[in-house]
Design a protein around this ligand. Structure first.
Ligand code: NAD
Length: 476
C-alpha cells in the first residue's frame, strides 16, 4: 500500500517514502508513506486557500451531507478501520474498533451541529439600534496530530473545521499514516469540493514550519508533546495566529480509604495501563491514603499479573505493544530512573513474544514521593507510580502539585469528598469512580495549566476555535 498525500483533490506522489511498521510484529510492513517536503505543504496550503471562500459559503445541508457520509462510512467500516489502527499503532483490536467508532460518531455529531449554528440578537444600549452577533469560518486551518489516537484525533479536528466552513490541511504523525490515508480516502468521496481538505505526509520538522509560518493559514490546532506544542505556540504568537494546543498530562487518581476496592483497582488499572498507557489522560500517579494503601497495591499487582501483554490483534491480549523502539526505550529508562530514585518496581521489563515487537510488562512503582522525576514528567507508556498520603487534604494537594492539568480522578464513596474534589481539582476533566481516560465525544475535552492552551476541543465548545465572531450594529 502506498500512502500518498492528498492535495487539491488529487493523490500526490513523492520520491521518498517511509515504511509503516506493525509494532506487534516488525516483519509486517503495512505500506509506505510519502515523505512530503515544504513544497508539498505549500501546494496544499494554496489549494486550501483557493477553496476556502467557496466552502465558507456552503449551506448547512451541503456540510451536513458531507459529514454524515464520512461518519456513516467510518461506522460501517469500523471493524476494518479498527484492525488497521491496531496493526499500525498497537492498541488491542477492541480498543482499535472502539476508536474507529468514536471517529464515526464525531463526524455524525458535527453533521448535526451544521444544522444548529446560531447567533445572538440583542437590543443595543442605544435607542433604535439592533445588534446581532454571528459566527464566520476562520478560513484555512492547519491540523497537526499525534500517533496515539490516529483516527479519533484527526476526526475531532477535521469534523468541526469542516462543519463550521473552514478549509483544512492535515499533517498527521509520521508513525501512523495508514489511518490518516484511510480517512482522507473516505473524505475524497464525500462530495467535498476539491481543495477543501488536504493531507500532507512528511516530517514534522520539515512540513510543520511551512504550515505554521504561512500567512495563508489562519489557525493551527495541535495535539502532541509539550515541547513541540510550546514551540508552535511561540511561532503562532509572533504571527498573531490563532492557536489551540492539547499536550501532555501527569494525571492523578486519588484512592481514599472509603473507596470500593474493586472499583478503585478496575479504574486505576484501566486508566494507567489500557491502550498501553499511551493516552494523554492516562492515570500515571496513583495517590492512595494510608488505610487502603497496602490492600490496594496488592490487588493492583495481582491484577497486573493476570493481564496478557502481546500481539494487538490476538483475542487473549489485554495490553498491546508500545508504539516503537524509541518510545519503549523511553519507558524503560523511566523505570530505571524511578528505581534509582528509591521507588520499588514490579514489572516494567521488556518482554519477548513469538513475534518481534515492542512489548513491555506493565510497571507499578511503589514507595514514591511526588517530587521524584517519575511523578513530575510524562512517561507515556504502561508505567504508573503510587504515592502514599495521610488523608484527603494531602491527596488533593499532591494531585494538584503538577505542572499539568488534563484529567484528575478520585475513587471514594464520600459525597463530600467527591464534591469537594470536583470543585478543587486543577484539571480540565474530573472523574469520580471512573478512569481518568475514556471520555464522551459530545462534550468539551481539554485541560488547564501546562496541558492545554487556547479554547476547548469537541462538543459545542469547538465552535470557539473554528469560528470567529462578528458583531453587527444596524440603525434601520
Ligand atoms: P509530537 O509532539 O512528537 O508530535 C505531534 C505532531 O507534531 C506530529 O504530527 C509531528 O510530526 C508534529 N511535529 C513535530 N515537530 C513539529 C514542528 N517543528 N512543527 C510542526 N509540527 C511538528 O507528539 P507525539 O509523540 O506524536 O504524541 C505524543 C504526545 O501527544 C504526548 O505528549 C501526549 O500526551 C500528547 N497527546 C495529547 C493529547 C491531548 O489531547 N492533550 C492527546 C493525545 C496525545
Amino acid at each position: 500500500m502506498e500512502y500518498k498525500s492528498f492535495i487539491g483533490g488529487a493523490w500526490h506522489e513523492t520520491s521518498d517514502s517511509t515504511p509503516n511498521v506493525n509494532p506487534s510484529d516488525t516483519s509486517d510492513i503495512l505500506g509506505h508513506a510519502a515523505v512530503g517536503g515544504a513544497d508539498d505543504m505549500a501546494r496544499a496550503i494554496d489549494a486550501a486557500s483557493g477553496a476556502a471562500a467557496q466552502w465558507a459559503k456552503s449551506t448547512p445541508q451541503q456540510r451536513f451531507d458531507v459529514l454524515d457520509f464520512i461518519g456513516s462510512e467510518i461506522l460501517a467500516r469500523k471493524a476494518e478501520l479498527g484492525e488497521l489502527l491496531s496493526r499500525e499503532e498497537g492498541k488491542t483490536l477492541p480498543e482499535g474498533i472502539g476508536e474507529a467508532a468514536r471517529a464515526g460518531q464525531i463526524f455524525k455529531f458535527f453533521a448535526g451541529e451544521t444544522l444548529r449554528q446560531t447567533g445572538d440578537v440583542l437590543a443595543s444600549v442605544r435607542p433604535g439600534i439592533g445588534v446581532d452577533v454571528t459566527r464566520s469560518p476562520v478560513g484555512v486551518v492547519g491540523l497537526i496530530t499525534p500517533w496515539n489516537f490516529p483516527i479519533a484525533i484527526p476526526a475531532w479536528k477535521i469534523a468541526p473545521a469542516l462543519a463550521f466552513g473552514n478549509a483544512v490541511v492535515l499533517k498527521p504523525a509520521e508513525l501512523v499514516p495508514g489511518c490518516a490515508h484511510a480517512l482522507a480516502e473516505i473524505i475524497s468521496r464525500s462530495g467535498l469540493p476539491e481543495g477543501v481538505f488536504n493531507l500532507v505526509f512528511g516530517r514534522g520538522s520539515v512540513v510543520g514550519p511551512e504550515l505554521i509560518g504561512s500567512n495563508k493559514v489562519n489557525a493551527i490546532s495541535f495535539t502532541g508533546s509539550v515541547g513541540t506544542g510550546r514551540a508552535i505556540a511561540a511561532d503562532c504568537g509572533k504571527l498573531l495566529k490563532k492557536v489551540q494546543l492539547e499536550m501532555g498530562g501527569k494525571n492523578p487518581m486519588v484512592v481514599l480509604d472509603d473507596a470500593d476496592l474493586d472499583i478503585a483497582v478496575d479504574v486505576s488499572v484501566n486508566g494507567a495501563y489500557f491502550s498501553t498507557g499511551q493516552r494523554c489522560t492516562a492515570s500515571s500517579r496513583l495517590i492512595v491514603t494510608e488505610g487502603i494503601h497496602d490492600k490496594f497495591v496488592a490487588a493492583v499487582e495481582e491484577r497486573l499479573n493476570n493481564l496478557n501483554v502481546g500481539h494487538a490483534l490476538r483475542k487473549e491480549t489485554h495490553i498491546g505493544p508500545v508504539v516503537d523502539e524509541k518510545q519503549l526505550q523511553q519507558d524503560l529508562d523511566y523505570v530505571d530512573i524511578a528505581t534509582k530514585d528509591g521507588g520499588k518496581v514490579t514489572g516494567g521489563q521488556r518482554l519477548n513474544r513469538d513475534t518481534e515487537g515492542f512489548f513491555m510488562a506493565p510497571a507499578l512503582v511503589t514507595e514514591t514521593t511526588n517530587d521524584m522525576r517519575i511523578n513530575r514528567e510524562e512517561v507515556f507508556g504502561p508505567v504508573a507510580s503510587v504515592i502514599r498520603v495521610k488523608d484527603y487534604d494531602e491527596a488533593l494537594a499532591v494531585a494538584n502539585d503538577t505542572e499539568f492539568g488534563l484529567s484528575s480522578g478520585i475513587c471514594t464513596t464520600s459525597l463530600k469528598h467527591a464534591s469537594h474534589f470536583k470543585a478543587n481539582a486543577e484539571a480540565g476533566m474530573v472523574m469520580v469512580n471512573l478512569p481518568t481516560a475514556g471520555v464522551d465525544y459530545h462534550v468539551p475535552f481539554g485541560g488547564t495549566k501546562g496541558s492545554s492552551f487556547g479554547s476547548r476541543e469537541q462538543g459545542t465548545y469547538a465552535a470557539e476555535f473554528y469560528t470567529t465572531v462578528k458583531t453587527a450594529y444596524t440603525l434601520p
